[in-house]
Design a protein around this ligand. Structure first.
Ligand code: PSU
Ligand code: MN
Length: 302
């Protein structure tokens, strides 16, 4: 392996032996959730993946080195580092070249997963086209990454802070298939149903694996989105989350928040405005995604 990237002994052994590995992002730890629930969730998600028979590989840049598989002290360091950079595709070489500590977004995690030979990646929600994106051009680099990098991303859809309709249109344009588990529609993160159809419903890991294998065997570049709705018992009421989202968006606009600061700002405001209840939903959906991701990694390996 390249000197810029280091696999943990556990991940390296699993890759060598052809055992299933699931990549995890770290922006959700450093920028997506508050201390100490961020650390607690990172540990729990790794445990869920192990229980389901796969090896978790949390990805971050530590002191300028891409690390695939972190130990507990490293997870803790990231969870308590307010100065960790938020790294997307364009930022990754900066963090490596300058020896920085950085958390990887969906886009950067996909890049690192591919470098490490990992095909499945579990997160909470993907980035997307922001509301007003047709004017602002604010479209997450996650979507371009899905168009070019061959990793299957299991998520609970995307947050309604985004324009989910435009997000799906963008994915279609770039040939990124959206599979849905348990329902026909694309998931909306805090709530199971966005009201928008996903491309193909595929409930089981085996059929998802066959789809992914077929895509790559056809030489079609890029990833696959697997939308896994939050369990109903842990979802937020739709009217409540819609009202709070509208308020958080108005605050962001009033305060002139822009660029890569927008997503963390909105996540933080939604958490505060729901009195922390959105955090419980967020944790539940990531763990639910970890189960689906581990099963998919096993199916792809089998
Ligand atoms: N959506 C969430 N939680 C998150 C993120 C998105 O519900 O933590 C993070 C992910 O790391 C995602 C990134 O890749 O935000 C997208 O940021 P941007 O919109 O700046 O591309
Ligand atoms: Mn953006």
């Amino acid at each position: 392996m390249n000197e810029l990237i280091q696999l943990s002994p556990e991940v390296a052994a699993a890759r060598e032996q052809g055992r299933p590995v699931v990549a995890l992002e770290s922006t959700i730890i450093a920028h997506g959730m508050p201390w100490p629930q961020n650390l607690d969730t990172a540990r729990q998600v790794e445990d869920v993946i192990r229980r389901e028979g796969a090896v978790p590989a949390t990805i971050a840049v530590i002191d300028g080195r891409i690390r695939v598989g972190l130990d507990d002290a490293e997870l803790q360091r990231l969870a308590q580092a307010p100065d960790a950079m938020k790294l997307s595709r364009r930022d990754l070489p900066y963090a490596v070249a300058t020896g920085r500590l950085g958390a990887t977004t969906v886009a950067a995690t996909m890049i690192c997963a591919q470098l490490a030979g990992i095909e499945v990646f579990v997160t909470g929600g993907i980035g997307g086209v922001h509301r007003g994106g047709a004017e602002s051009f604010d479209i997450s680099a996650d979507l371009q990454e899905l168009a070019r990098t061959p990793v299957a991303v299991v998520c609970a859809g995307a947050k309604s802070i985004l324009d989910l309709g435009l997000t799906l249109e963008y994915l279609e344009t770039h040939g990124v298939p959206v599979l849905s588990i348990g329902q026909d529609n694309f998931a909306a993160f805090f709530t199971p149903d966005s009201g928008l159809k996903a491309d193909f419903r595929m409930d089981g890991a085996q059929e998802q694996a066959r789809f992914i294998r077929a895509k790559w065997a056809l030489g079609l570049v890029g990833g696959v989105v697997i939308s896994n709705p939050v369990p109903a018992a842990e979802a937020m009421p739709r009217e409540e989350i819609d009202a709070i989202t509208a308020r958080a968006l108005a605050e962001a606009q009033a305060q002139g928040i822009a660029g890569k600061a927008i997503t963390p700002f909105l996540l933080g405001r939604i958490k505060a405005l729901t009195g922390g209840r959105s955090l419980a939903t967020n944790i539940a959906l990531v763990k639910n995604n970890a189960i689906a991701g581990a099963r998919l990694a096993r199916a792809l390996q089998g």
